[in-house]
Design a protein around this ligand. Structure first.
Ligand code: BG6
Length: 493
């Protein structure tokens, strides 16, 4: 269990906190993983008493689908751990009040004043809060450890990510900073490392000698879900590609780390991100495809196009789909393209990493040769499958593709929410699953050419895209098929 600590959640009345964070903390606490000396201080700009906040939090737990089965009496006890403070994040007062909460926790539990500050706020508040905590000395570790968890998106481009990193480092040491990418908290993403580096049979094949290409897909059937304000600003490149897909990419392509620890793993991820050929602004069209959905149907239901979603401008140039081809300039991957695609309002929710192998060198059977595929299904139907050719029964020597399938449910365990895993890691002080400053920087460097070329801000100078260019419920714009090439095709998922 972590040492006694206070979890301070800024932006506690926001969507993420209500739907994911509070249920995750509650789950950890109910499972006895947080120890007895633990409390939670919610911080917001909204005026509320402790009692009102307790009601709010308990209602959130009762409503969220992510809340574990609630044991009798549990909610009442959990309620006692909750406190609330409010104020303007630009001033000093709110941080003073948070400081007093830490004094109170210390008096109640004894021990040191350990605190995890979780910034679950709109990104424009990351810097003021990090500064405010710094100004009031709450980042000082002489009376207990102090850590800062920062939600995504971390910056909106390379320059702003660098500014944000610099601003944070005015008060915080990098070892205190935990940038969240919830994809890294998914069991199946961690399993990618387990399978690559816990077995001897995969690694020898994991290179340009045997791999034809790699496909990473994160498709979603959902549309905007009422997040127009955020999404119109972010778009798919900032919302999914720069963070979640780049992380999946880095874990797939990196070299074996010397140890399973935060720095060894993050060093390798950074190294491979650094080896990705930068996408120059004037060549973006040959390596990236963008899309925006128009009206269509999802699961037999008619759904509106992106521009018809509430809060979206009629002429919006925001992309809801992106596919890119990444090339890595290193010995392992020279000449092996990595294709990444992600989008909203595609036919279904599925995240997968597929390593597609080269064909056998010589076809001695009738019919063509197929490529073997090792696919990591991140979600749903979590598992790993290997597709290869086999003789189909009968007189003829006829080959058919078959699949060997491992499914996570074989373990019989419920998969944990990524937020519980990451919260617990941050409380324990294990940064392995949190992207480091240099990783985030390199991920931005890779996508910044795309963002520049597609610059769609009101004063942006990017070319006007031909939107909408895919119907909701389809697999994205046709150009994506051209991107992957003539002899390859996107996996049908
Ligand atoms: C979030 C994005 O980070 O990830 C959302 O902001 C997206 O737009 C979500 O829907 C997908 O996460 P998951 O875990 O459901 O695949």
């Amino acid at each position: 269990a972590p040492e006694p600590a206070t979890l301070v959640i800024f932006g506690v009345t926001g969507d993420l906190s209500r739907r994911k964070l509070l249920p995750a903390v509650f789950g950890l606490w109910q499972d006895g993983l947080l120890g007895s000396a633990f409390n939670i201080v919610g911080v917001g700009r909204q005026e509320m008493t402790d009692e009102e906040f307790k009601d709010y939090a308990i209602a959130a737990l009762q409503e969220s689908k992510e809340t574990d089965t609630i044991q009798p009496g549990s909610l009442e006890k959990f309620r006692e751990l909750l406190y609330y403070e409010f104020g303007e994040f630009g001033g000093d007062e709110v941080y003073n009040l948070v400081g007093k909460e830490l004094d109170r926790a210390e008096a109640a539990h004894g021990g040191r004043k350990n605190a995890l500050f979780y910034l679950s706020t709109p990104p424009s508040l990351f810097e003021p809060i990090s500064n405010g905590l710094g100004r009031l000395g709450l980042c000082d570790q002489s009376e207990g450890w102090r850590r800062l968890v920062i939600e995504k998106p971390f910056g909106r481009d390379l320059a702003s990510a660098r500014e944000l990193n610099a601003a944070i480092h005015e008060s915080w040491d990098e070892s205190q900073v935990y940038r969240i990418d919830h994809y890294l908290g998914k069991e199946t993403v961690q399993n990618l490392m387990a399978i690559r580096f816990g077995n001897a049979i995969f690694e020898p094949l994991w290179n340009r000698g045997y791999v034809d290409h790699v496909q990473i897909t994160a498709s979603e059937d959902l549309g905007l879900e009422g997040r127009a304000g955020y999404y119109e600003e972010a778009g798919i490149v900032r919302d999914m590609l720069q963070n979640h897909l780049m992380q999946l990419f880095a874990l797939t392509a990196m070299e074996a780390p010397a140890a399973f620890d935060a720095d060894a793993i993050r060093d390798e991820k950074t190294k491979v991100l650094r080896a990705v050929k930068p996408i120059p602004r004037d060549r973006v069209d040959s390596v990236a495809v963008r899309g925006q959905y128009g009206a269509g149907s999802e699961d037999g239901q008619k759904v509106p196009g992106y521009r018809q979603e509430p809060g979206v401008k009629d002429e919006s140039r925001t992309a809801t789909y992106v596919a890119v081809k990444l090339e890595i300039d290193n010995w392992r991957w020279q000449g092996v393209p990595f294709f990444l695609r992600t989008g909203k309002r595609l036919p279904k929710k599925v995240t997968e990493i597929a390593v597609v192998f080269k064909r056998a060198p010589l076809g001695i059977f009738p019919g063509g040769l197929e490529r073997n595929v090792l696919a990591f299904r991140i979600q749903p139907d979590e598992g790993v499958s290997l597709k290869f050719s086999s003789k189909s029964p009968g007189q003829e020597m006829e080959l058919r593709e078959v699949v060997m399938d491992f499914r996570y449910d074989a373990f019989g365990a419920q998969l944990e929410s990524p937020y519980s895993r990451l919260l617990l890691d941050a409380l324990i002080g294990d940064a392995t699953l949190f992207p480091r400053e240099d990783e985030v920087d390199h991920a931005w460097q890779i996508v910044s050419g795309i963002l520049e070329a597609w610059n769609t801000a009101p004063d942006g100078d990017g070319d006007a895209p031909d939107f909408p260019n895919y119907a909701a419920g389809t697999w994205g714009p046709e150009e994506a098929d051209e991107l992957i090439g003539v002899d390859r095709r996107w996996r049908r998922l």
